[in-house]
Design a protein around this ligand. Sequence first.
Ligand code: ADP
Length: 483
Amino acid sequence: MGNKILFVASECTPFVKTGGLADVIGSLPQALTKTKKYDVSVILPFYKDMIDNWMDQIEKITSFTVEVGWRKHNTTLFRLIYRDITYYFIGNDYYFSRNGIYGYDDDGERFVFFCQAVVDTITELDLEIDILHAHDWQAGLAAAFAKIALPTLDLKTVFTIHNIKYQGIMQKDAYQDLFNTPPEHIGGMEWNGLLNCMKAGIFHADKVTTVSPTYAEELKTPFFAEGLHSMITDRQDDFVGILNGIDLKEYSPLLDPHLPSNYLNAGPGKQKNKEILQQKLGLTEDPEIPMYVMITRLVEQKGLHLIQAIIDEFLQEDVQFVLLGTGDDEFHRFFYHAEERHKGKMVSYLGFDEAIARQLYAASDFFVMPSQFEPCGLAQLIALQYRSVPIVRETGGLKDTVTPFNEYTQKGNGFSFSNYNAHELLHVLKYSLSIYHNEQKWHSLMRNVNDSHFSWQESALQYAELYHSLAETKSTVQRSEQN
Ligand code: ADP
């Protein structure tokens, strides 16, 4: 098996980010390159915000026409070599020159275009690629189109599910309107009478992965798989969960330029960040008061209904609570009013801000993540790096990375609860507070936190093994012929 891999994704740090997918696409290629076994490049849409920030550094390499059904779109391809990785950006004003990156009525069409443009880029540039690795629904059709349109290239495909909640669903008649693949291929892209980009990726890819071993098991059940569990179990021989890592240099409290006070472990250096942030946010200035923080997309998945149910009671304690997030209006309204009720103890910072996020990881004592489900979760891994103790619900990657502290054995790097229940969360929050106030137990817990590192090293090797195993896989066509 050759060693040239093309990552296809809709976001990637440092160019564009709404969540953890961007962190993964920004760091896994570097980790794979470090194994010296793989040469990874990345292809992304060229969104408006990126044009503003990166235009002077990138190079225009070619233009061509991409067909989306009857539409013919002028498309410009840009390239940037950044930290030894080659990035390709697909530029088209009609689809991507808009504010933000998702949430438009024609998102389905936008990513049909993107995936078609990815496949056209491979032929236009005559790119030598051995493996196309597509991430999440926005890239699912790239795996499908590549298999269908480029059968003569011995191209293997991998599809990674980062979050099955978002599937890229369109009405079935969009197939005729937007797709250039022959009608007989609709079966591989359709699910329950609708077009489904995530299903298309799962169906067509030679291997399917997800981002933690526990989520891989959960996805085989109707409760977690959002209707796709039978599709997953059909592919279970080719399906594996590989835990995400983080770039420990990028997320280092010792090197982070966003922090007023750099530090390695918890102590006066970390405490200084708390003091400065308390002042900046108008919280009571007292470094002894424990600070609980959430940094999250404001969507139901993140356990926000549990927070809604208990926040007033929890804030009766001598604690501070800061939320940084953006998302659904329902939660914007709730957190806005909660701050009003608890001035001086609670701050709701409603927006997306990388610098504030880093300052909060550094200032906080606890990081709260009571997710309903969590494919992997990177925020708790970042929190551990910044020596903020994660408090999580036992699901998906949270279960794989946070071990509850046991005050008798002194083992564990955080706190967790099992059922999606607000009082279980409240109970564990209060328990965490009691440990915070017990010097000896807190010290043991912090020692375990200091030793928790989730780098890419181990997981990159697992991806390398997976890529290696692709040499023996049969193509999709052979698979469906056997069924
Ligand atoms: P998800 O991918 O579901 O959003 P993850 O925990 O995997 O959740 O990743 C979230 C990433 O996005 C983390 O890097 C986190 O720090 C960042 N993040 C989330 N919300 C914000 C925000 N409002 N401002 C800055 N960074 C944020």
